[in-house]
Design a protein around this ligand. Structure first.
Ligand SMILES: [Zn+2]
Length: 56
């Protein structure tokens, strides 16, 4: 039951914290310091992608 080799994927509207890259174009988004560090994932502003993967 190891998921270590699979990136953690999130969808638009998920509340996340940390750094995420668009699964399609690799655009980086980082959760804000304010608002308890919570980022609501948007559609990718570059490619309109709806899937993000956690970085690091
Ligand atoms: Zn993108």
């Amino acid at each position: 039951m190891s998921s270590a080799s699979f990136p953690e994927l999130h969808n638009v509207g998920d509340e996340v914290s940390g750094q995420f890259r668009c699964n399609d174009c690799d655009l980086l988004v980082v959760s804000p310091v304010e608002n308890d560090g919570i980022l609501v994932l948007p559609p990718c502003p570059l490619c309109d992608g709806e899937t993000w993967r956690r970085v690091g």
